[in-house]
Design a protein around this ligand. Structure first.
Ligand code: MEV
Length: 382
């Protein structure tokens, strides 16, 4: 019989049964099976750089005057080392400073076959209070906690299949990421929206281009402090500025530059049980809102290298997988009180990783650090 991955009811099988199927499918041997069982206990690449339980821990983070150990979940120890190195240099200048510029999610309701879109748009806006009321009734908990649907925007969008009327529901989802809250609200307001517009609906889904949930973080480093090996602080900073200038104008570089920021940010969002794919999508679409460019801004002023990161950060401290044991542990290590605080820490990590990567790239290159870690890995494996 041909091997297949389409096993009916696979999800309901016991772990043993699943492993048995996988063993046959992928021809796993005794060694593979032992590895599967206890891979968490094995000396591994994952073990390097402050590995504690499922996390690697970044140190030195001082953000808005509060100290943080930052749990990360990723395979690459140099990301943790780089973030900790930069956080150490930033903390002596007072640490990272951050805030949310705005903190609302957007849900999209796609309306089609609307005869007079201009008139329908006006009518939707006229009924705004009623629509918001219906949205808020669909999720009383978030409303009673002080969040909820706050506003409506209506856009006319021309597509290859004709004109769409797109209703944006603007929702304060408080400490939740918001997808469930927003999607439920969108489904609840669909009947009134179709009645008002005379159209039919298609999509009712959150937008990951969360340009109303923006976090902004700054941090500075004294130029002389960022020296690396034989490279003076000034030389390193020159390298950083050259690298940054290229990221601002060249998409091939901007993509990698931004990936360097995401390295650490994804790792913290993963550790805390957050939807890191949503955050990635938000960050890259925000980077491309005009023309794809760097998500950080870097400059030299008064003897300091100053950095800023401004990105959508739809992160949660409650709900979904943030309730898993591992994520609760990560949140406890972080000592964060709410989603905004977490988002500011995550963005600080992103800025630290960017400065870490550029300072190495703009001086001795990144391979030296990588090779040191690689050697440690090989040693561990023996
Ligand atoms: C590698 O994971 C990340 C870097 O490529 C980031 C960058 O080039 O800025 C080093």
């Amino acid at each position: 019989m041909a091997l297949t991955s389409a096993v009916k009811g696979f999800v309901k099988l016991s772990l043993e049964e699943k492993i048995k199927i996988l063993t046959e499918f992928s021809d796993l041997n005794e060694e593979d099976l032992n590895l599967l069982k206890k891979y968490r206990e094995l000396p591994d690449f994952l073990e390097l750089e402050n590995n504690i339980g499922p996390f690697k821990i970044a140190t030195n983070f001082l953000v808005n005057g509060k100290d943080y150990f930052v749990p990360m979940e990723l395979e690459e120890p140099s990301v943790v080392a780089a973030a900790s190195r930069i956080a150490k240099l930033v903390r002596v200048e007072g640490g990272f400073k951050g805030e949310y510029i705005d903190s609302k999610m957007i849900g999209q309701l796609q309306l089609l076959d609307v005869k007079n879109t201009k008139e329908a748009k006006e009518n939707l806006l006229k009924e705004k209070e009623e629509i918001l009321k219906i949205a808020n009734e669909s999720n009383k908990i978030i409303f009673e906690l002080g969040g909820g649907a706050r506003d409506l925007e209506v856009r006319e969008v021309e597509t290859e299949r004709g004109k769409n009327l797109i209703l944006h529901l603007i929702v304060d989802t408080l400490d939740a990421m918001g997808a469930n809250v927003v999607n439920t609200m969108l489904e609840a307001i669909t009947p009134i929206a179709t009645e008002i517009t005379g159209g039919r609906y298609c999509l009712r889904i959150i937008s990951n281009f969360a340009d109303k949930r923006i976090v902004s973080v700054t941090g500075k480093i004294k130029i002389e402090n960022i020296a690396i090996g034989k490279y003076s602080g000034e030389e390193v900073v020159n390298g950083i500025l050259d690298a940054y200038a290229l990221a601002k104008t060249d998409i091939y570089r901007a993509s990698t530059h931004n990936k360097g920021c995401m390295n650490g940010m994804d790792a913290v969002t993963l550790a805390t049980g957050n939807d890191w794919r949503a955050i990635e999508a938000g960050v890259h679409s925000y980077a491309a809102r005009n023309k794809y460019t760097s998500i950080t801004e870097l400059k030299v002023e008064g003897g300091y290298l100053e950095g800023k990161i401004e990105i959508p950060m739809a992160i949660a401290s409650i709900g979904g997988a943030t309730n898993s044991k591992k994520a609760r542990l990560a949140l406890k290590i972080l000592r964060v009180k709410n989603a905004k605080e977490l988002g500011i820490v995550v963005a600080s990590v992103g800025l630290a990783n960017n400065l870490g990567a550029l300072s190495a790239l703009g001086s001795e290159g990144i391979q030296k650090g990588h090779m040191r870690i690689h050697k440690e890995f090989v040693k561990l494996g023996k």
